[in-house]
Design a protein around this ligand. Structure first.
Ligand code: ZN
Length: 59
């Protein structure tokens, strides 16, 4: 699934293809532009994304 991400450091937009299944999925995604880590949290239920959070991967 292609997920749109806005980098917390440089605010650039990029897309990342991530395998998502039902349940909570966390992944560290390095920004394509500034290479800083963004922590992605995706929660899927019955095939639908019900929560998408991006936070600072340095925390
Ligand atoms: Zn960035």
């Amino acid at each position: 699934m292609l997920i749109d991400i806005t980098c917390l450091t440089c605010y650039e937009h990029f897309s990342e293809n991530i395998e998502v299944y039902d349940g909570v999925h966390q992944e560290i995604i390095d920004c394509e532009v500034c290479c800083r880590p963004n922590k992605l949290l995706v929660e899927q239920k019955n095939g639908k994304i019900i929560r998408l959070d991006i936070s600072d991967g340095n925390e």
